[in-house]
Design a protein. Structure first.
Length: 458
């Protein structure tokens, strides 16, 4: 393979990728509002000569190159979060700016930059004859990831009936190749009380006070050590072989689980009354060895929850928000942990591609990127979660990540991405299919997958 020719082609497309990305940034596309950015992506795919472009029932835009039966997919979610407080931005997040190195605006790193690189990576494959015989390349612009990561791929797998050989996620990886991440789930705790007039609070049963006790225990679960000095052993315990004998090594690779209270709600007849209910949302990040059942039970076993047991309900949220097409795909808000083996053929294909194109160290365009990349291993993991929670976490389809931009830019004001990253990623996507060696599979590519630890996934 002529790797220099691929690099030249990717570099030649830098201006086109930049313009495409800026067009996507200029179209607000929060979850369930992706219609216009889907249309813009479809237009780009058609202009570049994709063999076919389709939009499925949920609203995912899918471009195809090649004609084989086997599929290698490249996934980019094309929805973004909102902009938050506009006062925190130094320029219009939907108009932004660019200089020689950087593109500014909402979605640059998370995650429309990945879409730009994927589309042009597939174009380079076609131009240079890099689609292996018997394979098709599937470039996916997936929807609603920010609302419910992986739900889009549940639809692709269960409704579209598409099962790729493997998937490259273009989520931002700070110049690294990522082989997994922690899972997460959204937990709700509801507490009942009895209202009364606020002038005589002793006549009622204040649900907010009960919840206050529970919240202290939730905080302790996140912050406590795991030794016998505390009643509530902290989540750090899963890094210890004593508490996690089968999966502690994977847990140390991914990092410990966490929990934090993210929302609080209440009901009360008035501001002059005792609250008769209180509810909270808990963001729970799960490491290897944890299941959604174990995470729910941890909350149920907290001392304050046991104290008020008859008035407390612990549950998992469900997601059923209609997509921009009006399609509704209901699923529980559980997003499984997954890790690949470093030796898996699809991981090795990215590593081999990177070494052939760019060497053995992460590269960067400026000091901002350098601070996040220098000295880190090339093969690593994400801190946040991705569509991989369904692709590999639920369904065992091998998944691996390499994408432009930085995790630190995700959901932040003044979001940026780097033009050099667009080029680096497009070149790598273009050569990976020819370096993939499926004959080297020895067994499952999965090192850890929550679906295999007793979860009753619907």
């Amino acid at each position: 393979m002529d790797f220099d020719a691929v690099k030249r082609a990717a570099q030649a497309y830098q201006g086109a990728m930049t313009a495409f990305l800026r067009d996507m940034i200029a179209i607000p596309s929060e979850s369930c509002g992706e219609k216009d950015v889907v249309a813009r992506i479809r237009l780009e795919m058609e202009k570049l000569g994709f063999d076919s472009v389709e939009i499925d029932g949920l609203g995912n835009v899918i471009g195809w190159m090649g004609s084989g039966e086997k599929i290698i997919a490249i996934d980019s979610h094309i929805d973004t979060v909102g902009i938050g407080n506009i006062a925190n931005w130094t320029a219009d997040p939907y108009k932004g700016w660019e200089d020689e190195k950087v593109i500014y605006g909402r979605g640059g790193s998370d995650q429309e930059g990945g879409m730009a690189s994927a589309v042009y990576g597939a174009k380079i494959m076609k131009d240079l004859g890099l689609i292996p015989e018997g394979y098709r390349i599937m470039v996916v612009g997936s929807v609603q990831e920010e609302d419910c990561d992986g739900m889009c791929w549940q639809y692709i797998y269960n409704v579209d009936k598409i099962v790729p050989e493997f998937v490259i996620s273009t989520e931002p990886t700070d110049g690294g190749i990522y082989r997994g991440h922690r899972g997460r789930m959204e937990i709700r705790v509801d507490v009942k009380g009895v209202s009364c007039h606020g002038s005589a609070p002793e006549r009622g049963d204040n649900a907010i006070y009960k919840m206050a006790d529970i919240l202290q225990d939730v905080r302790a679960l996140n912050e406590n050590p795991a030794d016998d000095s505390v009643q509530i052993k902290g989540l750090v315990k899963m890094l210890d072989p004593k508490y996690n004998p089968e999966h502690w090594e994977d847990a140390r690779f991914l990092g410990r689980g966490t929990c934090t209270t993210s929302e609080i709600f209440f009901t009360s007849p008035s501001r002059c009354a005792v609250a008769d209910s209180c509810s909270v949302s808990i963001d729970r990040r799960m490491t290897a060895g944890e299941t959604y059942q174990s995470c729910l039970k941890e909350i149920e076993d907290l001392p304050a929850v046991r104290r008020y047991a008859k008035d407390v309900k612990v549950s998992m949220y469900w997601y059923d928000r209609p997509s921009w097409t009006g399609e509704q795909y209901k699923t529980e808000c559980f997003f499984p942990t997954w890790i690949n083996k470093e030796t898996a053929p699809h991981v090795q294909a990215l590593v081999d591609a990177y070494h052939a194109l760019w060497g053995k160290e992460r590269i960067w365009a400026d000091d901002t990127a350098r601070a996040k990349r220098e000295g880190r291993p090339l093969t690593d993991k994400w801190t946040f979660s991705t569509n991989g929670v369904s692709i590999q976490g639920r369904y065992g389809i091998p998944c691996v990540g390499f994408g432009p931009g930085a995790e630190s830019q995700a959901h932040a004001p003044n979001e940026i991405t780097w033009k050099q990253d667009l080029v680096v990623c497009a070149a790598l996507y273009a050569v990976v299919p020819m370096l993939y060696r499926p004959g080297e599979k020895q067994e499952s590519a999965t090192s850890f997958r929550q679906e295999l630890t007793g979860n009753d996934i619907r």
